[in-house]
Ligand binder design. Structure first.
Ligand SMILES: NC(=O)c1ccc[n+]([C@@H]2O[C@H](COP(=O)([O-])OP(=O)(O)OC[C@H]3O[C@@H](n4cnc5c(N)ncnc54)[C@H](O)[C@@H]3O)[C@@H](O)[C@H]2O)c1
Length: 447
């Protein structure tokens, strides 16, 4: 694509229309009868989930890509085939600075530790953001992302795409409608089969090696403390196991699996969190874990408090109270909503919700037609100057809760009391220190 020409055409149309009556509500995006339906997008992280994100965003007819950034020069093949002629960058800072006003919106699909440095820089420049889950690597970052998106009135979306799928939206509707039928929720149990350190099966750092010429290792590390490259342990994908880069099984899956729990029950911030696991090193996330969150009750829950219990690594809710039909088992991942009247709803990850009573699956109408395209919803909302249902106003607090769980899991057995307004884990200095982290110079999260 010829960037100069696209920019000039847009600038010309913008000036022409703005001279008339149409208000410009976002950089380069015009509204009204003469609306210019063109969104200029840059992507950071082009392979793995990055390719899913940018090919899905790029399938919207109004999207034009203006820059692709990846720290691995061998990982541009797919984007070059799918969207030829877009300029490559290795460093997102250089891409954003060079493209400036030619970018309206940015997709962030890097490993977790770089979500906030990239997204905060882009939001500081007024860019709309689609950012992968978990929204951030720390609780403090999640708070800053929400605050800046709100302050700048940006259109944002977290990349937990099942949020917009019929399965989760149907489950949310069924739980909310159940309120009138004695189905206020007493507690929730959510689980996933994977565990926090399953990809490289290590608890300590591997021997040092030199990065291949195609990998810009210093840029991959970015904000994280320096450590030597090692093959097949960090980049690509296996970084998940490591506390400096990923967020364990909880961070990988809870922004999906707890999302319908948050939406259906309108949860806010937990007031306490306690984790059980067999301990770990400071390097990697623990193996199987159980984390209990206590939330203030809402109109959809029974009583003043709600317990949400998370399990991973093969742990699941106890068979004593999960009264499924004979021979039936819980799905490999999902949530179980236990209600006042004894009914239970199983919401698989990803599958249709089912109500159960006394070991029987109830006949039920599954709501249909609720699913939308998560990526296109974001593009449309940006073009129309609207908000999404999964913007950082919602995804920030969800990610805060998830990353509070990751602080608890590093301090198993300690009951952490959270004051979300004061941003305090009361009476626990070690835990309080884990709300944030230090940043390598040049990759700070500027607020
Ligand atoms: N929503 C989902 O279903 C889903 C699924 C998988 C992954 N994810 C999320 O997507 C993100 C990426 O995960 P992945 O599995 O694709 O990881 P990955 O390591 O396989 O791929 C990341 C890509 O980003 C590039 N990259 C790494 N650091 C970069 C940087 N600083 N600047 C530019 N490019 C960089 C890598 O070279 C690679 O191409 C994570 O946050 C993960 O949690 C979401």
């Amino acid at each position: 694509m010829n960037h100069r020409r696209a920019f000039d055409r847009r600038t010309f149309v913008a000036q022409t229309i703005t001279a008339g009556t149409v208000a410009c509500v976002a950089p380069g995006i015009l509204h009204g009868s003469n609306r210019v339906k063109e969104l200029h997008v840059a992507a950071v992280g082009c392979n793995g989930m990055g390719w899913s994100d940018l090919s899905s965003v790029g399938s919207h007819t109004s999207v034009k890509f203006v820059g692709f950034c990846d720290i691995d020069e061998n990982r541009f093949d797919q984007v070059d085939k799918g969207f030829p002629g877009v300029k490559h960058y290795s460093d997102y800072r250089e891409m954003l600075s060079e493209l400036g006003d030619r970018v309206d919106a940015v997709i962030v699909s890097t490993p977790d530790h770089m979500h906030a440095p990239v997204a905060m820089m882009a939001m500081g420049m007024g860019k709309h953001i689609y950012c992968q889950k978990p929204l951030t690597h720390t609780v403090w970052e999640a708070r800053q992302m929400r605050l800046l998106a709100t302050k700048k009135n940006l259109t944002t979306q977290m990349g937990n795409q099942i949020h917009s799928a019929n399965e989760y939206r149907g489950g949310v509707r069924m739980i909310q409608e159940g309120k009138e039928r004695g189905r206020k929720v007493v507690e929730v149990h959510s689980w996933v089969g994977v565990q926090g350190r399953q990809y490289c099966k290590r608890t300590d750092r591997p021997a040092e090696a030199s990065p291949p010429a195609n990998v810009h290792w210093d840029l991959w590390l970015g904000a994280a403390p320096w450590r030597p490259f090692a093959p097949d342990v960090y980049h690509p994908f296996k970084w998940r196991d490591w506390q400096d880069f990923g967020s364990g099984a909880l961070g990988d899956f809870a922004c999906h699996i707890l999302d319908p729990v948050f939406t259906a029950l309108q949860l806010t911030a937990p007031t306490s969190i306690v984790a059980q696991n067999e301990g770990t090193t400071r390097e990697v996330w623990p193996g199987p874990e159980k984390i209990t969150f206590t939330f203030p009750g809402t109109q959809y829950t029974s009583g003043k408090e709600l317990k949400v219990v998370w399990y991973d690594g093969g742990l699941k809710p106890s068979a004593d109270f999960v009264k499924l039909p004979e021979g039936k088992e819980l799905p490999g991942a999902g949530s179980l909503f236990v209600c006042e009247n004894g009914d239970m709803m199983v919401l698989p990850h990803v599958g249709a919700a089912q109500w159960h009573r006394n070991r029987e699956v109830l006949k039920q109408d599954i709501p249909m037609g609720l699913g939308t395209n998560h990526w296109h919803d974001w593009v449309n909302a940006v073009l129309e100057g609207k908000k999404t249902t999964d913007g950082f106003e919602y995804a920030g607090p969800l990610t805060e809760a998830v990353q509070l769980g990751n602080i608890a899991t590093r301090l198993p057995g300690a009951t952490l009391k959270w004051d979300a307004v004061a941003f305090q884990l009361e009476g626990h200095a070690d835990a309080q220190g884990m709300l944030t982290k230090s940043y390598t110079k040049g990759f700070e999260v500027n607020v």
